[in-house]
Design a protein around this ligand. Sequence first.
Ligand code: UT7
Length: 323
Amino acid sequence: MIRSVILGSGAAKPRTLVTNDDLAKRVDTSDEWIVQRTGIRQRYIAESDETTADLGERAARAAMADAGVEIADIDLIILATSTPNNTFPATAVDIQHRLGMKHGAAFDMQAVCSGFVFALTTADTYIKSGQAKRILVIGSETFSRILDWEDRTTCVLFGDGAGAVVVEAQEGVGMSNDRGILTSHLRSDGSHKDKLFVDGGPSTTQTVGHLRMQGREVFKHAVAMITDVIEAAFDATGLSADDIDWFIPHQANRRIIDASAKKLNIASQKVVMTVEQHGNTSAASIPLAIDVARNDGRLKKGDLVLLEAMGGGFTWGAVLVRW
Ligand code: UT7
């Protein structure tokens, strides 16, 4: 059986760090409110010369170096983003060009905060069907560009950044101790589309628009959706919370992560929490968290990792992967 094995990972952060106190000088908020309600202490914000393509390219190069592969070894690039450099062409194609790749294909994937889980699942499908051997999966975002900086209910929550992994087709025996992606589950429900959206677009306002969110409404659905899709991943593999080495969720809010882990009986020491350092970086949050757990020595080859995300759409999904 072909498995999609993660060969390496990398990340890129913008130069500029913005603390909660910095934001309190711009809008009516406080470090205390932001930390208490979200767990966020700081975020990185891209300067005008740091675009989604720049950050994505840096993360991709770091992931390829970590994986020990060259661009010639890659046959597909999938970029998860909701903040592309342009409406078209796909920012993935720009990154493909910057990396000097003239073969294969590149495309963007848009599932907002669930983008990395959707992109990784898509990569797994390409690999399992034999259409690609090595795929760069990138999550890169510059949400600071679509924030309404006068709206304290949203502008304090998000940050910019990018992360990437290289996925390779390898033979497995079809058991849960195989390395690689063991199962993945995606969901969406457009009836919730007005709870978290951008109020602009080419076909409607012909503007880029700003992020709008009914935070409490999103919060209300998050834990149930997250736990439902993770239970589907456990059912599909016969694995349980006890088998997990690391839970690496989308980093939107500490309270959502804590409540999800509690409901699933995942021990708190297994939870990789980076929301305090990065804020919510949408499709970049999981690969940024992977990078932190790799660099501090927690995440090692052979570990069983549970990835999960939920975001605008709503979209949500989970991936179980043996590192
Ligand atoms: O990544 C995609 C998925 N997105 C999410 O998962 C986000 C989900 N939602 C959340 O994380 C939370 O709902 C928020 C962090 C956005 C908000 O936390 P909350 O506990 O749901 O607060 P709330 O919206 O109920 O607001 C409580 C109060 C309100 O004041 P009143 O009406 O009680 O007087 C807000 O106006 O806090 C006020 N408030 C603020 N105060 C200081 C809202 N934003 C701020 C702020 N600083 N930045």
